[in-house]
Design a protein around this ligand. Structure first.
Ligand code: ADP
Length: 541
């Protein structure tokens, strides 16, 4: 027997329609590339997204075709999110921090027809425009006044002019909910970038799950500032979920330094933010150095790489800001787990609660996970057994864009992460399988070692890699950058591990460097460090 309820396909445009009708007066505030602060409402956003959808149609963009963006977090980028996906085309967010050769490769692989970009990226686009064979139109996301008088790009189009040529009489088409909505490439930290093609259905289900109280806990009373870029897995879904709940949105544009972020947090009354740990380091050092406080921010989502417990403690104890530690991947839209305590855990002593919250957290409904050993057998959820982490769910990739081979293993997606899961269902990443240190046949978790090193007051950043060792095959080598003006000896660093970790996990050596290389999404590039230092422990000469 078939149920007799309405068939309402899950569509990205329905989020915007809801925001316009139910939260039309809510604000979207953006720091623009042009330098000023721009503000308008969800009603304005919806109107302009309809105009833009018509403008894209006028450029000849057909359903299913890809529209690329190279843009900061801002209202024009948000308009593209809705206009492109809403009209049945596919929004492809490119990461401007990638090497230009990789950018060209990705844009060509995705067959982007139109490329919309912020003025910041004009020099990059000018340099590669003739290599982007598939791109028919280049659109500079600005107004006539800010257009360059001349450009190496022939027929460079002006975003605001395209928009102004259209009225907003446009009905969002009814789409099959499995229609592709957006495309995002993995940042290529490990191997070639691969495209993940989200659908309207997967996006909407992820949006619903991400806003739940035990996920990011979003509401219409929030003011959300996504520091995580809209080109990094759709800013973790916040451009969608903010519309769904009717939250005020604040976009930082290109101003991602601690000072600019702090100013916006305070002037706009931001209650929730989200970003990778390296961004918060910059913010915290600014706030500390200036003796500032957060007057409205009460929680922040940290993910993308492991949040050091020392950072969590600083946020919570010194600034009263709750850290929500989340784990995810491009392949998971991205949310896979969120670290929010269960009722029984609230009664635990502080140290035990802290230890639970330092883990990557538990899965919301919609994501199932398991850990397996080398034989493929499932491991117990005892918080000790570590194995390969596999997931499945309605917003998990099934196939990569343009690749035939399925990445799945018996219908589960292998994440490439190694993890434990405890009795409360809290997953803890011990490593990426490629970063695991195998000493005498036993695994050493590099993330644990990095977290300890980063708790030392002199340490700014720490990476632990496997260095080749004549006896043990591999041993941990710690690579450290110090805070400005701080001093630390090798011995003092190594002594700091005493009592904090099993003795045989202690790194064999410490190398102090000026900077640890970061990838396009702010993650440490350990393969580069391995290339440079993997022979460090071998007898030299
Ligand atoms: P890429 O794989 O190209 O770096 P992603 O942004 O999809 O791009 O990265 C996903 C990976 O990032 C995960 O598989 C995991 O290794 C790491 N990661 C994400 N969040 C966390 C976290 N909270 N703790 C530890 N690692 C994390």
């Amino acid at each position: 027997m078939i149920g007799q309820m309405m068939q309402q396909p899950l569509q990205v445009s329905s989020l915007l329609r809801h925001a316009e009708r139910h939260h039309g007066e809510q604000w979207v505030v953006s720091r623009r590339v042009e330098g000023d602060i721009h503000r308008y409402t969800y009603r304005d956003l919806a109107r302009r997204a309809r105009q833009l959808a018509k403008a894209m149609g006028a450029l000849g963009v057909l359903p299913g075709q890809r529209v690329g963006t190279l843009a900061w977090n801002g209202y024009r980028h948000l308009e593209l999110y809705y206009a492109v996906s809403g009209s049945g085309a596919v929004l492809h967010t490119l990461n401007p921090r990638l090497h230009v050769d990789q950018l060209v490769w990705i844009a060509e692989h995705a067959q982007d027809q139109v490329l919309c970009f912020d003025k910041t990226f004009l020099p990059i686009v000018e340099a590669v425009a003739d290599r982007l064979k598939g791109v028919r139109h280049f659109v500079l996301m600005t107004d006539r006044e800010h257009m360059p008088s001349e450009s190496a790009i022939p027929h460079l189009l002006c975003y605001e002019e395209l928009m102004a040529a259209q009225d907003d009489h446009f009905e969002w088409p009814a789409l099959d909910e499995n229609t592709a909505s957006s495309l995002c490439y993995t940042s290529g930290t490990t191997g070639n970038p691969k495209g993940v093609l989200y659908s309207h259905r997967s996006t909407l289900l992820h949006t619903l799950a991400s806003a739940l109280p035990d996920s990011l806990n979003l509401s219409g009373r929030d003011t959300i500032l996504p520091v995580v870029p809209m080109f990094h897995v759709n800013a973790w879904g916040l451009p969608y979920s903010a519309c769904m709940v009717g939250a005020k949105l604040v976009f930082p544009g290109p101003g991602l330094d601690g000072k600019s972020l702090y100013e916006l947090f305070e002037s706009e009354g931001v209650t929730l933010s989200a970003g990778v740990p390296t961004v918060w380091q910059g913010l915290l050092s600014h706030v500390q150095a200036q003796g500032l406080r957060f007057s409205t921010m009460n929680r922040t989502v940290i993910g993308g790489s492991a949040c050091p417990p020392s950072m969590m403690e600083m946020f919570e104890d010194t600034y009263g800001v709750q850290v929500i530690h989340a784990w995810g991947m491009t392949e998971l839209s991205p949310i896979g787990t969120v670290g929010v305590l269960k009722a029984e855990q609230l009664a635990w002593p502080k140290e035990q609660r802290r230890a639970a919250l330092a883990k990557q957290g538990r899965s919301p409904f919609g994501i199932d996970m398991k850990i397996i050993d080398a034989q493929g057998d499932e491991l117990p959820w005892d918080g000790k057994s570590a194995g390969d982490l596999l997931v499945r769910g309605a917003w998990v990739v099934e196939r990569y864009f343009g690749l035939d081979a399925s990445p799945l293993e018996n219908s589960w997606f292998p994440t490439g992460d190694v993890a434990t899961i405890d009795a409360q269902g809290f997953m803890n990443i011990t490593d990426r399988s490629k970063d695991v240190i195998k000493s005498g046949g036993e695994w050493i978790g590099s993330i644990d070692l990095e977290n300890i090193a980063m708790a030392h007051p002199a340490v700014a950043m720490a990476a632990c890699i496997a260095a080749r060792h004549p006896k043990w095959d591999e041993r941990p080598l710690l690579i450290v950058t110090l805070k400005p003006g701080a001093e630390l000896s090798r011995e003092a660093m190594l002594n700091f591990f005493e009592g904090r970790i099993a003795k045989w996990w202690t790194p064999d050596d410490v190398v102090f460097v000026d900077a640890i290389p970061l990838g396009a999404t702010g993650k440490m590039l350990k393969h580069q460090l391995r290339d440079k230092f993997q022979n460090h422990l071998l007898p030299q000469g």
